[in-house]
Design a protein around this ligand. Sequence first.
Ligand code: SAM
Length: 311
Amino acid sequence: MTTRQLAPEDVSFLIGLVQRHSGIVLPPEKAYLFESRLLPVASRFGCADLRCLIDRLRTRPGTDLLEATVDAMTINETSFFRDSRPFDQLRRQILPQLLERRAAVRRLRLWSAAASTGQEAYSLAMCLEEAGERLRGWQVEILASDISVSAIAKAQKGSYSQFEVQRGVPAPLLVRHFTQNGKQWQVKPGLKKYVRFFQHNLLSPPRFSGSVDIVFLRNVLIYMDEPTRRRIVGHILSRLASDGYLFVGSTESLTGLVEGLVPVPGAHAVYQPVAAATTRATPAASRPTTANRPAETGIRRGLSSMTIGSS
Ligand SMILES: C[S@@+](CC[C@H](N)C(=O)[O-])C[C@H]1O[C@@H](n2cnc3c(N)ncnc32)[C@H](O)[C@@H]1O
């Protein structure tokens, strides 16, 4: 059975299933993807064709089959230092500010929340490495999660093809942070140690404790409808430090989507909780000294006993 032969109700069933379990809204014109992506899933689960797979999904899906079906329909396009601007903003504007504000606690936690195959998280780790001396003795952690089990498995491996590293890793950073292993480039342990990968569905609240200082939530909201985007951003805000930063994709404006977030002046596609903006606008002399308390408390609570679960 080819996609052309899929009955319209089968196409709507699959589109609905993917949306319910991931938030991803697949337009009907992308229905041709079902065949190429779901046939391998069908054969893995003992089905000879899509008809059998769809029947199984309708009658007795089970978690493994649902997870594999959704995984197969995710779009994992990514690259190292993708779009470059967010990483430049991080290096030049955001990190220096945070390093100053966290100087007393010397802890920093980042979250790549739709990490795909790991390039974004390792790019963040390379940015932190560049901070060098300024981070000596700090406790630094990058959480990196994605709904796709297969993407997270690749990310954890940290092994990339020549083509993948050429898409974004400058030669000096390649030499410094990767070792060549045949045709593959392996992320060195010195970089890997910063990143903790785990599967997580953004439709659910985060399962780790404590707050994060910077969240990269890039190029995932574009696949969602507005209520889903609002729900996901709400979950993210529940973990973002009161003076933390939320980076989204360059075309993913959050303006008007949720209350309590404002764009960071002088940056593109970076947002902060309103409380942080208010603090920024208040003259230092009249600023309450406890302005950062929620963030610091969260970090203290979270880092030593952080538990990471999958959803
Ligand atoms: C296009 S990639 C973006 C990767 C990276 N953030 C970047 O900008 O290069 C989108 C990722 O979002 C993930 N994703 C989609 N829906 C998700 C959900 N509900 N929860 C977690 N991750 C999701 C996909 O699996 C995919 O890896």
